[in-house]
Design a protein around this ligand. Sequence first.
Ligand code: MLT
Length: 311
Amino acid sequence: MPERAHKIFRILTLNQISPLGLKLFSSSHYKVGSDTTEPDAILVRSHNMLDMDIPPSVKAIGRAGAGTNNVPVSAMNLRGVPVFNAPGANANAVKELVLAGLLIASRNLIPAIHFTEKLEGDNETLNRLSENGKKQFAGIELPRRTLGIIGLGAIGRLVADAALRLGMKVMGYDPNITVDAAWNLSSEVKRAESIEDLLRNSEFVTLHVPLLDSTRHLVNRQVVQSMRNSTILLNFSRDGIVDENAVLEGIEMGKIKYYVSDFPSEKLQHHARVITLPHLGASTQEAEENCAVMVTKQVIDYLENGGITNA
Ligand code: MLT
């Protein structure tokens, strides 16, 4: 059990954490900073803690986000140190960026923007050149097309709901939901029997599984082979879920029309059919505040009362 009450708890922040969360640490009981030594707890966002020497004084870690793959969770648990996270707290932010990704890809917006940027002349010339060139950017509309969602946690479910409201058909697959009774979704979300079943039926595929040993390279060569031609593949989960070589092959074969990824990639980011973002899914003011408040409350409850939620 952590030591109680009167002592001053020292909190080390490894990333910028929203002030709305940090202000929950009352100044009389807590010292918070990015240079704190001998910390009682660490707050982290995306900083990689896997190779970090975590001081023995640490009693709890708070990850201001959903995934905990940047924290050595098993090693910490063996030391009796809980790792708290914020499941669902940024789900709406990620859902909105997935919708942006769907629209950017379905309407060929990135090549269209590059095309317009390169045009030169007065407005009359620009209009004429645009009219001549725009045919190549004709897109597709979303209603009645199928979005396949792999992973139906907090984010996958919000994406399913939004896609249905846009008039899309939705098919879902979750490697972790194996029994019918747990399939607690709108009856409009069709349950795929397997990833292959989902891929055969989906024009758009979006990934929302955590990065685990069992999900690393879930999208591999064999999976890509099962895709329909011209699939738009979106990855707002973790880059390790996708085998980048398989994506490149898929693009060459015409299986993948666009790969929209929330991760920079040395191999992929200059490819004309790949759209990469600097991990922006959870980067909204609201999501940063929600995550910070959720983990801070958990860390405080643990340090002061030994309470455990979401560890
Ligand atoms: C998450 O796991 O929720 C995100 O990676 C959060 C973030 O971008 O910080």
